[in-house]
Design a protein around this ligand. Structure first.
Ligand code: G6P
Length: 605
């Protein structure tokens, strides 16, 4: 995934453009660059590294011009080199573009252009398009026509912003398969991969749809359909995310800030109108079969949700990792519910496409407005958790799980599995959860930090839980791996004795997710596994609930949560594990908000 941005202004916008890609850096951070046009001349600077690193070399923030484009890259075609970084200039230096996505037929076009004596500087698919554009322009001498002609020749998914000395007043932008939004200011306009590109400057936004292109001036814009050329009228959205929500605030890392945003994220999830929750629950009642789908963290959100649906609505739905969804036989009448924080994840997108082609109904819970997945499904719930900048998902994953819990409750009610009283009691418990989350964040972070510091050197962990606490353990182990780079294996506590127990010795640490004592059978099952580890000299850490003397006795160290209702207990444990991973990574000096080798949203296969 990459972040692209463009600004047309009546004043110098170098600094603003630089800030804009800085705010998009989480979309990709292996290289970046900017191109500005001033007095008919391009100034293009780019290099490898994060935004601040590149700025220290290239002084991006000192660039001058009233129109410019910028890009922050996560490599797909061509390695991480200065030549491959964007923006890309055409051979005759007439056009410059930034691009997010993939041109799938670029090899063959590249060869054709090379036959016409075009010399390429990079190995990117992007440079092919900008030269195609130049070739088209030499035929028509009309910029818009050339842009469209070049678009007709390329295949794949992309968003592009183009700047040319032939029209120094406008940016040419197009979207197909990768996100692109416009920001409307006064005497200035913006374009970017997401709202963070321009939220600092304007709250008025337009979400572009696939197949739309825009000629964007400082006071004017025209959105047209690439195929028909017809003008499209779009509604302007007022965005109420504040800029501060997008920033770190007083926290040392986005991850910590976003964990502390969780009470707010749950409040937002509670604000989703019940009608929307009912519409989604109703889709389950009407479906012949239904599947949950997500990948990475959202796959585990799906797994946790399975238990809520089974307990509250008496329904078992298979949850499938998006990258393995092709095994599922989907037929008309089926429902596929996708979970995706970013709404752009390639594996989830193609599996949804497959579901749609197969005639299934589709739905999604997504955090990013205007994202591809949010636009392609029959029914979407926007989770409203606010921007999540840390690559590792915390608040968005928690809020999604909470929304799934709301849907499961609704379905339970519709299917007559819950009485009105029980349903009402559960709703009241959910209403109280934001406050409870605030309380445990305030009270427990010190304890969690101490245990994390004591154990951050541990290279191998087992994360164990029974029933719903099993996927909670799996998700928590993923979090640990993502951010600390230490090995953590999540598994059902009852599975341990069937093999893994042989690994147990003092150095092997186990983190147990112990259910409240009220869940007697589960609690017993978990405690048996804990005692098995303890008896073999393993080191045991427990996330337990107050008053659990038996668990306390079996643990070397504990995090003790206040008593709470059974539905929210797994979510509270999930939060503690997020915090544990954070503090362990902090102690290890990891690159917490941008762990090595990872990207927030993987938009390629
Ligand atoms: C990437 C991220 C993971 C994330 C997964 C799914 O792999 O590194 O942290 O869980 O994508 O992302 P989504 O945006 O679809 O929830």
């Amino acid at each position: 995934m990459c972040g692209i941005s463009g600004i047309v202004h009546s004043e110098n916008v170098g600094r603003n453009l630089f800030n804009s890609i800085r705010n998009l850096e989480y979309r990709g951070y292996d290289s970046c660059g900017m191109a500005m046009l001033s007095k008919g001349e391009f100034d293009i600077r780019k290099n490898i590294g994060g935004i601040d690193e590149v700025n220290a070399i290239e002084q991006l923030d000192k660039m001058n011009g009233m129109i410019g484009i910028a890009h922050t890259r996560w490599a797909t075609h061509g390695g991480v080199t200065q030549a491959n970084a964007h923006p890309h200039l055409s051979y005759k230096r007439e056009f410059v573009i930034v691009h997010n996505g993939i041109f799938s037929n670029y090899q063959e076009l590249r060869e054709q252009l090379m036959d016409q004596d075009v010399v390429f500087e990079s190995l990117t698919d992007t440079e092919v398009f900008v030269n195609l554009l130049e070739a088209s322009y030499s035929e028509s001498n009309d910029l818009e026509k050339a842009f469209l002609a070049a678009l007709k020749k390329i295949e794949g998914s992309y968003s592009i912003v183009m700047l040319s000395a032939h029209d120094p007043e406008h940016l040419y932008c197009v979207k197909k398969g990768s996100p692109l939004l416009l920001g409307l200011g006064e005497g200035c306009n913006y374009v970017g991969s997401d709202l963070n590109a321009f939220l600092e400057y304007t709250r008025q936004a337009i979400v572009l749809d696939d197949g739309e292109y825009v000629v964007l001036g400082r006071d004017d814009y025209q959105i047209r359909n690439v195929q028909t050329g017809e003008v499209t009228e779009k509604s302007v959205l007022h965005i109420d995310w504040d800029v501060e929500t997008s920033k770190k605030g007083g926290y040392s890392h986005y991850m910590l800030k976003e964990i502390f945003d969780e009470p707010q994220a749950i409040l937002q999830a509670l604000k989703i109108p019940s009608e929307q929750i009912s519409v989604l629950a109703r889709m389950f009642t009407e479906a012949s079969r239904a599947y949950f789908m997500g990948v990475g963290t959202t796959f585990y959100v799906a797994n946790i949700s399975q238990y809520y649906f089974s307990t509250l609505a008496g329904q078992y739905y298979a949850s499938v990792s998006s990258d393995e969804f092709s095994i599922v036989t989907v037929e008309p009448g089926d429902l596929v519910l996708a979970l995706s924080q970013s709404g752009e994840t390639f594996d989830t997108k193609i599996s949804l496409e497959y579901a749609k082609i197969s005639g299934a109904q589709t739905a999604a819970i997504v955090n990013v407005m205007g994202s591809a997945i949010s636009m392609m499904v029959d029914n979407v719930i926007m989770q409203g958790s606010g921007p999540e900048i840390c690559v590792v998902s915390t608040k968005a994953a928690l809020a999604q799980t909470f929304i799934m819990l709301r849907v499961a409750l609704e379905l339970g009610m519709m299917k007559g599995c819950l009485t009105q009283d029980v349903y009402q009691k559960h709703q009241e418990d959910l209403e109280l959860f934001p406050e409870l989350v605030q309380q445990i964040l305030n009270e427990q972070s010190g304890f969690v930090r101490n245990i994390a510091r004591d154990t951050s050197h541990v290279e191998h962990w087992l994360f164990l839980g029974c029933d719903i606490y099993y996927p909670v353990a799996m998700e928590s182990a993923l979090k640990m791996k993502e951010v600390t780079y230490q090995h953590a294996e999540g598994m059902p506590a009852g599975f341990l004795k069937h093999g893994t127990l042989s690994m147990v010795e003092k150095a092997l640490h186990s983190l147990f997710f112990v259910p409240p004592m009220g869940q007697k059978v589960l609690h017993d099952r978990t405690l048996i596994a804990m005692e098995q580890v303890k008896a073999r000299g393993g080191t045991v850490i427990g996330i337990i609930f107050q008053g659990d003397e038996r668990a306390l006795a079996a643990c070397d160290q504990v995090v003790e949560l206040p008593e709470m209702n059974l539905l929210c207990a797994p979510l509270a444990q999930m939060i503690m594990a997020q915090m544990f991973a954070y503090y362990a990574a902090l102690d290890l000096g990891r690159n917490i908000d941008k762990p090595r080798n990872l990207a927030k949203s993987v938009t390629v296969g």
